[in-house]
Every structure is written in C-alpha cells, then in structure tokens.
Design a protein around this ligand. Structure first.
Ligand code: SF4
Length: 407
C-alpha cells in the first residue's frame, strides 16, 4: 500500500486529507504523521476546528472548564520515573511524606466549600499501599462527601496496588470502584510506545499493559480519560503511535472520555530538561489529535503546562475544554510549571478566545453556562494552587487560612 509518507507530499494531498478529516472521515496513522509534520499550521488548525464544530454542532460556541482539586496523598514511590520531580524514594525519609486520612478529608471539605465537583487522587507508588488503602480512602471520602466525584488514578496505580495486594487487576478495579472510585484519570500513560517509555519510565508497566488495564476498566463500566506526556525526546512518529494505540482501544471500548496532552517540565528531574516540546509542536498535536482521534469526544488544552495564551489558542486548534481550576497541584509544579489561574480568569480567557465558558461536570455536562457576564461569579477564592508543596511554605494563597487551611 502506498501511503502519503511513502510519496513526495504535495499540498494537494495534504489538503485532501485535511478535508476528509474535517468532514468526519477517518485518517490513517501515516496520514496523521504527515499532517503533523507537514500541514501548514493555519490549515491544520482550521480543519481541527471544523472537526470540533461538526462534533459539537449546536453547542460549538461553548468551551468548558471544571473546578477540581488534585489530592496528592503521598510522594513516596518505588518507580522512579526519570521525568518526575515529585517522587521520593522510600528510603529518602527526609523528602518523603504521606497525608493521613483526616488531612485528605479536610482537603475534600475545602474543595466542596470552594465549589469543586471533582477530586483527582494522585500520588506515588507507595510500597505499602495496596487495594485496601484505596478502599479505605475512597469509602471515607464518599461517606463524608457523596457529592464529590472521585476521578482519580490510572492503570499504573492499578497495576501497582494489585501487585502489593496479590490480586488481579480486575479484582483491584472492582474493589476500588465499589469503594467509591467513579472514573480513572488516565495517569501514567506518559508515552505508550515501547522505546520512549523504557527511556523515561523503565520501571513502569509497559504501554500495552497500561492499555490492557484501561480496557479492562472500560469493560467493567469504569470510564477514563487518556493522557500523553510530550517532549522527553520522543520522535514525531512515536507521538502519532501513542495516538494510534489509544484509538485502537477506543474503537473496542468507547471508554476514553477525553484526550489530554501536556508537556514535560524541565526542572528537578533526571532528564534535566535536555529535550522539550515547543509550543507549536503542542498546538499541532492538539489539532492532529482532534482529527485522528475521531472516536474520542473531548480534547483538552493544558494551560497549566503550556500557559494561558496557548490554552486559548488550543481552543482554535480542536480543543473544546480548558481543564480545571486546579485548587491544588504539586506534580508538574514540582518540575517547574509556573502557571497559575483562578475561576474568574479562566472564564475571561475562554471568553476572550471567542467562546462561551461553561463549568462542566466530570462527565462533561454543562453545570453553569456563563453566557451573560453580568452573572459571572465574583468571588476570588477559587484559585489554582491554594496549597502546593512545590511552593515554599506549602501554600500559594495564605489568605485562604479563612478556610481553616492550617487547622
Ligand atoms: S510519575 Fe508517578 S510513578 Fe513515576 S516516579 Fe513520579 S510519582 Fe512515581
């Protein structure tokens, strides 16, 4: 079979592929790679935006955000990924910490108080944390805060906790789902193809295993999002291969609600920032993801890692969601992500990008459509990073002591 990649690429070939994808036709991985490498930037964005508008006909004027809190329960981790600035090896007792259940519940209470609807439980692969740990935590959270959606963890944590508890991944998923986990956040995907994954996360499960566990979860009725870490030295072809691996599983399960690419942050980790994705590479990836992942509903722009203006631009390159007001974030912040925001600003950013902002639920229903600026929220307490170990002193917003942050 002759592919675009085999032949000299002409602008006519590229436009034909863009037109097909924009019109809802499926494109091959080879064509996606060709678009990623050679399509003119504006033409790529126009096609991705057309695909987004087509999918969301009737609500295409809306872009969404969510209010959530990452709860980092421990940084102790046996997996030592080379891009990670967050973890502490189990023997590093000075750097390692774990939050107790009372502290976790207090953070949930603050999330509810600030109008958050979702928590993302995120932490290291602690050598003692098996299925029982997560069952205890999730059932306690659901008992006290039934209104909070637990959108947390990913296949890596499942693989780890199942091994610690000596049970199958299927049993681990069933048990944490029964205890209160609503959906998986899809953490740990990093890069799924074997070569780059072995370079940056040699102790993590394989990409195939990550997908196998996600597929298992989808088949057990637990949906997820999917993620991608860009910029650690992977090739263009490996980026597209990551998308292909996700699309193939999605064809079978339909369980990935969204695709969320974000960029590697260079500080305080073993890779030392030797390679990084450029902002244009990020935009192109967002656009190609919208065109290639014709079976994934939502594409999220990551203002946290690429900045607010790039987040706005991503809304014109196929993204329909700008992620969250991250009430707390420690993982990519530890590696140097400096961007901060708040609910009022996210609303303003989305509006300035030409969209009507809407606060969404975990499952992407619109909770509040901000279609009249006169009715915008005026409170200024819904900040990102109200608490962050990446920030000296542990809190970016000491004024939030009024929420009993230190009690
Ligand atoms: S990315 Fe996760 S699994 Fe890897 S070292 Fe960091 S905390 Fe551990």
């Amino acid at each position: 079979m002759t592919t675009l990649a085999d032949s000299a690429t002409s602008s006519t070939d590229i436009q034909a592929v863009l037109d097909r994808a924009a019109g809802g036709g499926r494109i091959s991985a080879e064509e996606a790679l060709e678009l990623y490498r050679h399509a003119p930037l504006h033409a790529l964005g126009r096609a991705a935006d057309a695909a987004r508008r087509r999918r969301y006909a009737g609500t295409e004027h809306i872009a969404t955000y969510i209010i959530e809190r990452n709860i980092n329960y421990t940084n102790v981790c046996v997996t030592a990924c080379k891009f990670c600035a967050f973890y502490a090896a189990p023997k590093d007792t000075e750097k390692g910490w774990s939050r107790d259940l009372d502290e976790i519940l207090r953070r949930c209470a603050e999330t509810v108080e600030l109008g958050g609807t979702q928590i993302m439980f995120q932490g290291g692969h602690h050598p003692d944390y098996g299925v029982e740990y997560y069952e205890r935590a999730f059932s306690a959270i659901k008992k006290d805060f039934p209104q909070l959606v637990i959108h947390s963890l990913g296949a890596s944590e499942v693989d780890h906790m199942a091994r610690i508890s000596g049970v199958s991944a299927e049993e681990a998923i069933r048990r944490i789902h029964a205890a209160g986990l609503d959906s998986f956040a899809g953490a740990g995907a990093e890069l799924l193809p074997e070569r780059p994954r072995k370079v940056i996360a040699p102790l993590k499960e394989s990409g195939e295993r990550w997908l196998e566990i996600m597929e298992l979860a989808h088949n057990l009725g637990v949906e997820s999002t999917s993620t991608m870490l860009m910029g650690t030295g992977e090739t263009n072809a490996e980026r597209i291969e990551h998308l292909r691996m996700i699309r193939d599983v999605q064809d079978r399960t339909g369980g990935f609600r969204a695709f969320i690419p974000y960029t590697y942050q260079p500080e305080n980790n073993h890779l030392k920032g030797r390679t990084q994705a450029t902002l244009f590479e990020y935009l192109r990836l967002i656009a190609v993801a919208r065109l290639f992942l014709d079976n994934v509903a939502h594409i999220q722009g990551s203002w946290l890692t690429v900045g607010k203006e790039m987040g706005q631009l991503s809304l014109h390159y196929g993204a329909d969601d700008l992620g969250s007001v991250m009430l707390e974030e420690n993982v990519v912040s530890s590696a140097g992500a400096k961007h901060r925001s708040n609910r009022m600003e996210l609303i303003a950013l989305i509006r300035a990008a030409g969209r009507v902002p809407a606060q969404r639920a975990t499952t992407y229903e619109h909770l509040v459509i901000h279609d009249d600026p006169a009715n915008d929220p005026v409170d200024d307490h819904v900040f990102s990073h109200i608490a962050s170990t990446a920030i000296e002193g542990g809190t970016a917003h000491p004024e939030l002591k009024l929420l009993n942050a230190d009690s």
